[in-house]
Design a protein around this ligand. Sequence first.
Ligand code: FCB
Length: 476
Amino acid sequence: MSESVAPVTFPPAFRWGAATSAYQIEGAVREGGRTPSIWDTFSHTPGRTARGETGDIAVDHYHRFREDVALMAELGLNAYRFSVSWPRVQPTGRGPAVQRGLDFYRRLVDELLAHGIAPALTLYHWDLPQELEDAGGWPQRDVAHRFAEYAAMVGEALGDRVEQWITLNEPWCSAFLGYASGVHAPGRTDAVASLRAAHHLNLAHGLGTSALRSVMPSRNSVAVSLNSAVVRTVSREPDDLAAGRRIDDLANGVFHGPMLHGAYPRSLFAATAPLTDWSFVQDGDLAAANQPLDALGLNYYTPALVSAATAEEKAGGPRADGHGVSAFSPWPGTDDVVFHQTPGEQTEMGWTVDPTGLHELITRYTKEAPGLPLYVTENGAAYDDRPDADGRVHDPERIAYLHAHLSAVHRALADGADVRGYFLWSLMDNFEWSYGYGRRFGAVYVDYATLARTPKSSARWYGKAARDGRLPPLED
Ligand code: FCB
């Protein structure tokens, strides 16, 4: 099938990347002085992940990073977003950095640079050192200070060679899946703790940003990656709109409020008043969280569709969230909001394919953060990919997904949005948190028995887009 429309061409400096995170790919969890993170503990706790799967080996990127970088270069990518494992660099979350841990990331970065691939480094993609969780975890204020110390260590070690920095990945997941619904590590189900965690993540982001700036060259860019929700309502009735606003506060305003504007939405305080008076927010915290940023990362998969609960629904059972099903809601104080499946085609995660949501998200943050360059720091889809008889992995659904979402980015650019790059989630199949290895998001297929990597047809398609700076037809 070929397209008759004009080519979808991107700016020459556009970053065409892929994203991963440490715990999902590295393995080598006991090497080089690394100690357990909350994800090691969680995944080794029976019943927490599908089939009891863990990141112990993952896709062994720790030993195979050169092969992985070579593959990215061969495909044609010009950027790579990865995360640093905190317990690999600072095992207990306190004290001096472990040189071997920093050296691993230095070698990775040098390998990327040698292949003309720009590194984008995320400091925290959910792998809190277990010792910090034992001391109270994100609900405890001290963790924000520990994070700033860790940020400075990594900034000092790699600031000369990594220009693009991201403090936190999806603090919403850390706070609300980790401490409210408990489907992510550390698996706690305490609504108040989750709100405290959210605040300390905001503080950590701000303190971490300042710490990075104090040790790094000023040319470097500091950002955060938010999984800001695109919240839609089943109707425009006042109750449904109010339900949508409450979810928007808890998904978006709770983080972008402090980070971008130095304030929480008042309506968030009102909605959560029965749970907490937010007295854990201390004088100066909001100013500390509100650091000038150089860019904003947006992670997008699917929109949320909500309504106000009917009387029967209020008395109802478990709720679904994007990362699993739990009897505990990841949305504190919103028992009267119901989530619906958005109509349309779904990926293997059950997430509806809706590229209009990505356009909407970019448009919103163009207004919410005027003048701030935007990056799509994650977007992608899981499908049940399998090699054919010849060992090739053909994934036309993923090509269609990427084509549609990159076209949405292109429309946003045409509307005047300042989107500088796109990072496909994920470079290769990997450990998908509570789903274990049961969901394949990779552009590169991984055979978990041999750990052999095979680019799927989407990887070739995306690589061609990256090399040409424009989208190839759906099938070429
Ligand atoms: C995001 C996470 C990423 C991956 C994708 C599918 O929420 O940041 O690690 O799990 O979802």
